[in-house]
Design a protein around this ligand. Structure first.
Ligand SMILES: CC(C)(COP(=O)(O)OP(=O)(O)OC[C@H]1O[C@@H](n2cnc3c(N)ncnc32)[C@H](O)[C@@H]1OP(=O)(O)O)[C@@H](O)C(=O)NCCC(=O)NCCS
Length: 145
């Protein structure tokens, strides 16, 4: 959409990002606003995404959320494409099974958790500990084309 702007988050976006993440029970642990890209409409944050640099060799994509009234307008997909940009490192993510289809459409492939780097295996254990045991978490890797 032409009237949505995408940019690296600024300090003044922090409370709106946190509100959006809170509303979807998204991940706001180890919050560093400079890791986020935001989607702005009329200067208001309507969506956000984060890329955490892990050990300099690879990234974890997380904290993707779009306000309900702005969904299905490609903002989520644009946020993914803008934050990945031309990165050449591996980009992993964790998601619920029901979101796998969305990420597949956006270039990610499901992987076996055994393929995760050690730091992310630890992160997976932490994330699982926060969720009800019936919620299956899927690991995915961005498939560069
Ligand atoms: C997931 C989310 C970020 C998508 O944002 P969005 O701006 O609506 O995404 P887009 O408009 O780019 O893409 C929507 C497309 O994905 C599809 N889609 C959305 N959720 C999907 C899902 N769970 N599985 C499969 N497809 C899905 C839509 O049907 C639509 O398909 P189309 O392009 O063929 O019409 C948004 O629904 C959201 O904020 N959800 C709550 C938070 C969340 O679950 N975040 C992900 C954490 S892992």
């Amino acid at each position: 959409m032409n009237d949505v702007q995408y940019q690296v988050a600024r300090k003044e976006d922090v409370s709106e990002i946190k509100n959006i993440l809170f509303s979807v029970r998204g991940d706001s642990s180890k919050f560093n606003y400079q890791d986020f890209v935001v989607a702005l409409k009329d200067k208001k944050v309507v969506g956000c995404i984060r890329l955490k640099n892990i050990d300099n060799d690879y990234y974890e994509l997380s904290s993707l959320a779009v306000k309900p009234e702005y969904r299905n307008q490609k903002i989520g997909s644009q946020l993914i494409s803008k934050i990945i940009d031309k990165k050449t490192e591996k980009i992993f993510l964790f998601c619920f099974k029901f979101n796998c289809g969305f990420y597949k459409k956006n270039g990610f492939l499901e992987i076996n958790t055994k393929e995760l780097p050690d730091t992310l295996k630890e992160e997976l254990i932490r994330v699982k500990g926060l969720l009800p045991s019936n919620q299956k978490i899927i690991a995915m890797l961005f498939n560069k084309k």
